[in-house]
Design a protein around this ligand. Structure first.
Ligand code: NAD
Ligand code: UDP
Ligand code: UDP
Length: 343
């Protein structure tokens, strides 16, 4: 029963890509905000592969044309340089709303802009979805749990968030974005989906975005010491990007609003992560301890029972398999194509 469901909106399609024999799945028009970024560009690849038409709206703050340039010239692809803080008129069936800087270094760079993007930007995209009756998916974050007092984190946990801290522009911004999404769902009958994404890594991550995986990989490749913040005993759970993209698409196509945790439950301390990076790139890479940043969550690990049960989704790629795929991409981007064939 979960496999075909008739929607009343314009997004009339079949769940899970399973189309009854003899019926061709109707191609959709999909908007991906933030589609020139790390996660968004991988999502765009998959949507185009599936036969949909994709419009990317991105202001290129942390995204890069390079991430989507392979689609330029494809009549099913369009990119609009636009800031979601400003209203926009478009006609689509589905909206994946990703636009927002994601790494602490980028979102702290201009905190007021970050919160405007999360609040005004999300409001605009919800207003757009309401006008055209499109299905709307918000990419929220594990940071809505703050420095969690419950471990692992379940979707029903309300979180432990500092409202006036340096991370608040991001985590409180995303919490408000979730609130807005649910209010449009209840008030305007909008079809919505909410994903709470846990730390994700993979090819096309910004090289110098300050996130721990990109930092360690770039440092090991450049023969610089790996910078471990604090005592390195804090934990995170790292998900490979293709697993996330599959989860986002299953969520959009499925019939449940969420929120859903999308992450890999494999939990690592930063010291353990450093060890995996050493094993993958350079066993002689040194470790250097640095002072930790303010309000750094001590641990984070998703409980993904809900996504497993209701979306039939779970990640497939463990850290030790995903990391080498990212290293290949970083090697190319740091040293250029030539060196990557010889190293
Ligand atoms: P990213 O920085 O690579 O991508 C974000 C994209 O949004 C960029 O292309 C950027 O240029 C664009 N953008 C930012 N502000 C904008 C604005 N005002 N108007 C238009 N475009 C704007 O980050 P990502 O890792 O791909 O993250 C994508 C989404 O997933 C974000 O919403 C982020 O909060 C969420 N998320 C990511 C992670 C992760 O580990 N990568 C974890 C939790 C949540
Ligand atoms: N909006 C938009 N594109 C649209 C429809 C709305 O950008 O196609 C913006 C609109 O400018 C507004 C926001 O979305 O700022 C919320 O719109 P809504 O209609 O829900 O609220 P209202 O305009 O009544 O405040
Ligand atoms: N971190 C680290 N070294 C770095 C960058 C980050 O030890 O070079 C730590 C950071 O203190 C945090 C964890 O790695 O405990 C994850 O940080 P990141 O910025 O990647 O993501 P977060 O989950 O904090 O948003």
């Amino acid at each position: 029963a979960a496999h075909h469901r008739d929607l009343s909106g314009p997004a009339r399609h079949f769940v899970g890509g399973k189309v009854p024999l003899g019926l061709k799945r109707k191609a959709l028009r999909v908007l991906v905000t933030g589609g020139a970024g790390f996660v968004g560009s991988h999502l765009v690849d998959r949507l185009l592969e599936r036969g949909d038409s994709v419009i990317v709206v991105d202001n290129l703050f942390t995204g890069r044309k390079d991430n989507v340039v392979h689609h330029f010239g494809n009549p099913n692809f369009e990119m609009i340089r636009h800031d979601v803080v400003e209203p926009i008129l478009l006609e689509v069936d589905q909206i994946y709303h990703l636009a927002c800087p994601a790494s602490p270094v980028h979102y702290k760079y201009n905190p007021v802009k970050t919160i405007k993007t999360n609040v005004v930007g999300t409001l605009n995209m919800l207003g757009l979805a309401k006008r055209i009756n499109a299905r709307f998916l918000l990419t929220s974050t594990s940071e809505v749990y703050g420095d969690p007092l419950q471990h692992p984190q379940v979707e029903t946990y309300w979180g432990n968030v500092n409202p006036i801290g340096v991370r608040s522009c991001y985590d409180e911004g995303k919490r408000t974005a979730e609130t807005l999404t649910m209010d449009y769902h209840r008030g305007a009958n909008l079809e919505v989906r909410i994903a709470r994404i846990f730390n994700t890594y993979g090819p096309r991550m910004c090289i110098d975005d300050g996130r721990v995986v990109s930092n360690f990989v770039a440092q090991a490749l450049r023969k610089e010491p790996l910078t471990v913040y604090g005592d390195g005993k804090q934990t995170r759970s790292f998900q490979y990007v293709s697993d996330l993209v599959e989860g986002l698409m299953k969520l959009m196509e499925g019939e449940h609003v969420g929120p859903f945790n999308l992450g890999n439950p494999g939990e690592f301390t930063m010291l353990e992560l450093a060890k995996v990076v050493q094993d993958t790139i350079d066993p002689n890479a040194r470790i250097e301890f640095r002072q930790n940043t303010q309000d750094d969550p001590h641990k984070r690990k998703p409980d993904i029972s809900r996504a497993k049960e209701l979306l039939g989704w779970e990640p497939k790629i463990p850290l030790r398999e995903g990391l080498p795929l990212m290293v290949t991409d970083f090697r190319k981007r740091i040293f250029g194509d030539q060196d990557s064939t010889t190293t």
